[in-house]
Design a protein around this ligand. Structure first.
Ligand code: OOG
Ligand code: MG
Length: 267
């Protein structure tokens, strides 16, 4: 068993399902949900599978550079029919700049987010002012999700968590370093596709404030004996539903008072 997880499953079972999901990702083919075969899969087993999947990526040379929170907005929870925030791990290979391609994806979607750069380590129960003091930057961000499951449909929170909370790629705009005068819970967010407004929301849709997402992340990590290291990027979770990514799309996110961020499809 992974030593820092409280999964009841043995290491072999965890690694079998981590390899199953990893192969689905590498070969870009849809998989049956794990709970179809293992209806008793629990959330902690799922985080153990997620962690084992990240170790497979690390073995291929990827480096962990941060975390993403997911299902932090009501819109997303309703879109996916799931009830609680979860986290996933971000690696350097998931970060893209300027362009995205669709090769190797199954059914990608894109969503508007806020990202934090963590300047000082955070751990366990932290307050809003701890988070603000530890953050060295805030940015507009776009996350590209790609569930490895059939039809991008879930079924249960553990299935999603095991699949690294549907992570595929992300991009982060330029970090604004002095954000002391900004109300992070009141930023207008507008995501446009090929110049047309596609989704909009206020940043309070993200757990009341994206800062709350970081607080929740620290608590969830502490439950697994982990801290949020200095230097991490944190995606706070989407403010709106995700939009299907299609060839030829250019997607831009404008967030009040932050530099915009944009991704265009490339072959
Ligand atoms: C799960 C991940 C959700 C978010 O920002 O809410 C997420 C999913 O929708 O597939 O990343
Ligand atoms: Mg997201």
């Amino acid at each position: 068993m992974a030593s820092d997880m409280t999964s009841n499953w043995n290491a072999e079972k965890v690694s079998k399902w981590a390899n199953y999901l990893d192969a689905g990702m590498l070969e870009a083919h849809e998989l049956e949900r794990i709970t179809a075969a293992e209806p008793e899969l629990g959330l902690e087993d799922a985080y153990a599978i997620q962690q084992a999947g990240i170790r497979l990526r690390e073995a291929r040379g990827e480096k962990i550079i941060g975390y993403k929170m997911g299902l932090t907005s009501k819109a997303k929870r309703e879109q996916m029919g799931l009830h609680a925030p979860v986290y996933g791990v971000l690696t350097d290979r998931m970060q893209v700049r300027g362009n995205f391609h669709l090769k190797g994806t199954i059914h990608p979607k894109i969503e508007p987010e806020i990202a934090f750069l963590i300047g000082k380590q955070l751990s366990g129960k932290v307050t809003e002012s701890d988070v603000l003091a530890a953050c060295s930057g805030v940015a507009a961000a776009l996350e590209i999700l790609d569930s490895r499951y059939k039809g991008f449909k879930y079924f249960s929170l553990p299935d999603v968590v095991a699949d690294n909370s549907s992570s595929a790629w992300f991009t982060v705009g330029e970090f604004r370093k002095d954000f002391s005068g900004l109300n992070l819970a009141a930023l207008g967010m507008r995501m446009s596709v090929n110049g047309q407004l596609a989704q909009q929301a206020v940043s309070s849709e993200i757990s009341g404030s994206p800062v709350q997402s970081v607080i929740q992340l620290c608590e969830l990590l502490a439950g697994h004996g982990k801290v949020l290291p200095a230097g991490s990027i944190v995606l706070a979770g989407a403010a709106t539903v995700a939009v299907q990514l299609e060839p030829g799309m250019t997607v831009q996110l404008d967030v009040d008072s932050l530099p915009p961020v944009r991704l265009s499809h490339t072959l």
